[in-house]
Design a protein around this ligand. Structure first.
Ligand code: NAP
Length: 413
């Protein structure tokens, strides 16, 4: 007779799925500060699987910024959005990165078996979507969604329900918490730097990496290095600078040395020339950091509103500003002239497809990229970890939390 519920840190016998599980749950009535909005509950395990799905027993879960947004209910109420599409659950279990063990598979799953030790990437889509069936990039499918953000049943629970194609091999040498940390940010950075031909990072190319000491940035620096490029990382303090240099950044720039951030003045206003002079100084700081008078071929953007005018200005002629977020705001005010005169590209990018996620995972499997685990939290502290992420008091690199791994430092089952 299977047990009703296992405690956090207790690993059920392989393949035994208890009907109840512990989960960190967001409900609309708690939307707000992440440390209050995310709350532990005992909940029914999602045992019913679609033919293409798998149930993974979560050993550790990566912490990402997306569930700060989910906890706040901004800019999207993810629960209401799903209910509009017919989902009945009135709660959200977040978590878009996991390491764990496959406990159950759907009837049509191939290439994945109960007992496989996996990491889970967060891209989900409808395999029957016309575009996906015709071989188009599933990232362009209207059915694309981020598991554990746009979908329910993420990794902040003892069991997570995923599409089988999301599962990738776990690196044997990494602990559960290390393995859970980098996939979302790493695969996103991989697509940004390798996914937008001809603007892919090549040997000798200079790339400007915003937030080099954060999740995306720490992965981007290593991906640029691996391709033989030069990463110039933007940081906000000495500690971040040392961290980025240790990861292989060519040099760093402290954004606190500049004050022209935010929405710039209109190009026809008297204040614009002052803004432009400061943006030019930032460009000169890049030349100094690169050791040559060369502008970045790729600008790796995610702060958004505060920085994008400068990103566009410093980007090389024919280069690309590639952006995947607007952490500081969503309003972009641009001087459009350099876009046509210097033929620059502004490219949006969002997570990654299977090929890109697996290419990034290969860099992890072959130890070419360090997962950059900055701090490991307990299951109970998942809300606090998100609060710290929102407040910017998070550690350098990437964060994860133990779920069913009994303790930190364990590499296998
Ligand atoms: P993170 O680990 O918190 O890092 C963000 C970095 O941004 C911080 O290290 C900080 O670095 C820098 N930053 C903060 N305020 C800034 C400002 N005003 N100007 C310039 N830099 C600033 O977060 P993350 O995991 O890298 O994610 C960053 C954003 O990307 C989030 O909004 C997240 O939701 C989004 N994201 C999107 C996707 C996607 O697929 N679309 C995937 C992953 C993440 P310093 O203070 O050291 O400068």
């Amino acid at each position: 007779m299977p047990r009703e519920l296992y405690e956090i840190g207790e690993v059920p016998p392989l393949g035994e799925v208890p009907p109840k599980m512990h989960a960190q749950v967001i409900r609309p009535e708690r939307f707000g500060e992440p440390e209050l909005a995310i709350h532990p509950e005992v909940i029914d395990t999602p045992v019913d699987l679609e033919p293409n799905e798998a149930l993974v027993m979560v050993m550790a879960a990566g912490i990402n910024y997306n569930n700060v947004w989910a906890a706040k209910g901004e800019p999207v109420d993810v629960i209401a959005a799903r209910q509009k599409q017919g989902e009945k659950e009135s709660f959200h279990i977040g978590g878009s990165d996991a390491s764990g063990i496959v406990y159950k598979i759907g009837d049509e799953v191939e290439g994945l078996a109960v007992g496989d030790e996996v990491v889970v990437h967060c891209g989900q889509w409808d395999e029957n979507d016309t575009g996906v069936r015709s071989g188009a990039d599933p990232m362009f499918s209207p059915s694309f969604r981020i598991w554990g953000y746009e979908s329910n049943w993420g990794s902040f629970a003892q069991f997570t329900k995923v599409q089988a194609h999301q599962c990738m091999p776990k690196a044997e040498n990494l602990t559960w918490e290390e393995a859970a940390a980098p996939t979302l940010v790493g695969a996103t950075a991989y697509r940004m730097l390798h996914g937008w031909k001809p603007h892919t990072i090549e040997k000798g190319d200079v790339a400007l990496i915003w937030g080099g000491a954060g999740g995306l940035g720490s992965m981007a620096i290593q991906i640029v290095n691996e391709a033989g490029g030069k990463a110039i990382a933007v940081v906000s303090n000495e500690e971040g600078s040392n961290f980025c240099k240790n990861l292989g950044a060519e040099a760093t720039i402290n954004r606190r040395d500049f004050d022209h951030w935010g929405i710039p003045p209109r190009t026809d206003s008297p204040e614009y020339s002052e803004w432009l002079a400061k943006a030019k100084l930032f460009g000169e700081a890049i030349w100094e950091a690169a050791g040559e008078r060369v502008n970045p071929k790729i600008v790796f953007e995610h702060p958004g509103q505060d920085t994008i005018p400068t990103s566009s200005f410093v980007c090389d002629a024919g280069g690309m500003v590639v952006i995947c977020a607007g952490t500081t705001g969503f309003t972009a005010t641009e001087d459009l002239r350099p876009f046509w005169m210097k033929q620059k590209r502004l490219q949006g990018s969002h997570f990654a497809n299977n090929e890109q996620a697996n290419a990034f995972n290969e860099l992890i499997l072959t130890s070419k990229i360090d997962p950059c685990l900055g701090e490991t939290f307990s299951f109970e502290d998942i809300p606090v970890a998100h609060q710290r992420m929102m407040e910017g008091t998070r550690p350098l690199g990437v964060m994860s939390a133990l779920v069913n791994a009994p303790e930190a430092g364990i590499v296998d089952y």
